[in-house]
Design a protein around this ligand. Structure first.
Ligand code: SF4
Ligand code: SF4
Length: 465
């Protein structure tokens, strides 16, 4: 099965229960952002810019847990910011699992091995020496790490343990060169790969989380799936990035510039995702086949942003993960007070101009599961996709030239800086924050695509020269 049976049953029961109760709107996945602080400053990240004035704020553990209870979503995606910086992340994961939820930890991977070592320390006994020896031989831990693990864990926090209800969801936007460029730090891709390998070796479930941008090379995304499939990851989430900045729309109207000059339009998304269904057959892509058909431009769906609500330090973010019209203190209050008929695209017409080009998973993936725009056979299609045998790991993926950046000695961030602005000082960010600090920017792995698009386009152009 693509998604474990118990988890699929849990989600199906939740949907059926609300269908029977005729609940008009309900949550399927909670995007929980306990904090917006991050150890990285990725090009174009909306979260660290939109919430730049509250980066030091954190939700309390009690708030986090009660938010999950309040909306009742069977799945919780803990994101941010970088959730592994959250001081009570272990308690949060344990609390959500105790509530019976499926938990995704959406991480940039940089602190993941630390948490895995913590786990090993928490269960240390001479019986795990063979595991330690294997990790040492594969250079996933150092001798110093092994010595610390052998001392056991005494910090009073629980550890994040492997569970069939838990996934590490690691942010990867390309192979080494591209990924490190986007996250603006060399070595991040390599660290992610090591964290994924170590987590798999310890029995955790791991998924990758990828956003496709205007300049994303789809061949590279396919190679990325091949490579991570060879590491036996348990699944992949993939979504189009999207910048709906109304100002750009305005530029198109007033200055006559074409929208495709500066953001990912629906047509471009469809082009990029033309092979999504084929990928779904070859790799364990999470999400419904109905959503995949939508991404491939084969059908319409109606936005159900209320099904993937975002809760953060300011409250329940409305109307969606990308757009901010306001924050509400309660989920039900948000459901009741937002005029949901103002958003999305219906029969090809955008109800809100900012929604026109949006096809992101947080608006439309639940639509595929909830049966909006239902077509005969959709339920069977969804069931068959999930219950079909999981695609086998792609062993040949080990041959992919995944380490094509810093590992082969390219100082590619310097190259990127030079491509963008030859005059930039070496210590500056590869992409300068140009004051584009609006609420239209998206989140970790989604949202404002223009900065990344520009960056990748300029670097490619400079390389050609
Ligand atoms: S269509 Fe996209 S931008 Fe518009 S409300 Fe839905 S998720 Fe948000
Ligand atoms: S995109 Fe994610 S990892 Fe990157 S700076 Fe933003 S929150 Fe951090």
């Amino acid at each position: 099965m693509r998604f474990p049976l118990a988890l699929a049953v849990k989600i199906a029961r939740h949907i059926i229960k609300h269908k029977i109760l005729r609940t008009p709107r309900f949550a399927l996945v909670l995007q929980l952002e306990p904090l917006h602080t991050c150890n990285l400053t990725c090009t174009g990240c909306g979260r660290i810019r939109e919430y730049s004035t509250s980066l030091k704020d954190m939700m309390t553990l009690e708030d986090c847990l009660s938010s999950a209870q309040e909306c009742g979503a069977p799945m919780v995606s803990i994101c941010g910011g970088e959730p592994l910086i959250y001081t009570k992340i272990e308690e949060l994961v344990a609390g959500l699992l105790a509530q019976g939820r499926i938990v995704y930890i959406c991480t940039n991977g940089m602190f993941m091995r630390k948490k895995l070592k913590d786990y090993l320390a928490s269960i240390y006994s001479p019986g795990i020496e063979p595991t330690i020896a294997r990790l040492l031989s594969e250079k996933l831990i150092s001798d110093k790490d092994a010595a610390i693990i052998r001392k056991g864990k005494h910090d009073g926090h629980p550890a994040i343990k492997p569970s069939k209800w838990l996934y590490w969801n690691v942010h990867i936007d390309g192979l080494e060169y591209t990924h490190d460029l986007i996250v603006e730090r060399e070595g991040v891709f390599k660290e992610c790969v090591e964290a994924v390998r170590m987590a798999k070796l310890l029995g955790y479930q791991v998924a990758t989380n990828t956003t496709v941008y205007k300049e994303t090379d789809v061949k590279e995304i396919e190679q990325m799936f091949q490579f991570f499939s060879s590491l036996e990851v348990d699944g992949h989430t993939i979504s189009p990035g999207y910048d709906y900045d109304a100002a750009k729309k305005d530029m198109a109207t007033r200055l006559g510039r074409k929208p495709e000059d500066f953001f990912l339009t629906r047509a471009m998304t469809i082009q990029k995702f033309a092979k999504i269904q084929e990928w779904g057959e070859r790799f364990t892509i999470f999400g419904t086949p109905v959503y995949q058909e939508f991404l491939a431009g084969k059908r319409e769906l109606t936005c159900t942003a209320w099904a993937i609500p975002t809760r953060n330090v300011k409250g329940w973010k409305a109307p969606c993960y990308l757009m901010t019209e306001g924050h509400y203190p309660r989920y039900q209050e948000m459901l009741d007070q937002v005029d949901w008929n103002k958003y999305g695209v219906v029969n090809g017409v955008a109800r809100d101009p900012r929604c026109e080009n949006c096809m992101v998973h947080c608006g439309y993936d639940p639509s595929g599961a909830l049966g909006t725009n239902y077509q005969r056979g959709d339920n069977w299609k969804n069931i068959r996709y999930n219950f079909a045998a999981r695609p086998k790991p792609y062993a040949a993926g080990r041959q992919v030239n995944a380490f094509n950046g810093v590992s082969v000695g390219k100082g590619h961030l310097a190259e990127a800086k030079a491509a963008i602005n030859p005059g930039l000082a070496g210590s500056k960010s590869a992409f300068q924050n140009n004051g584009h600090n609006d609420a239209a920017s998206g989140a970790c792995g989604s949202g404002d695509t223009s900065q990344r698009d520009d960056l990748l386009a300029k670097v490619r152009a400079a390389k050609k020269v």
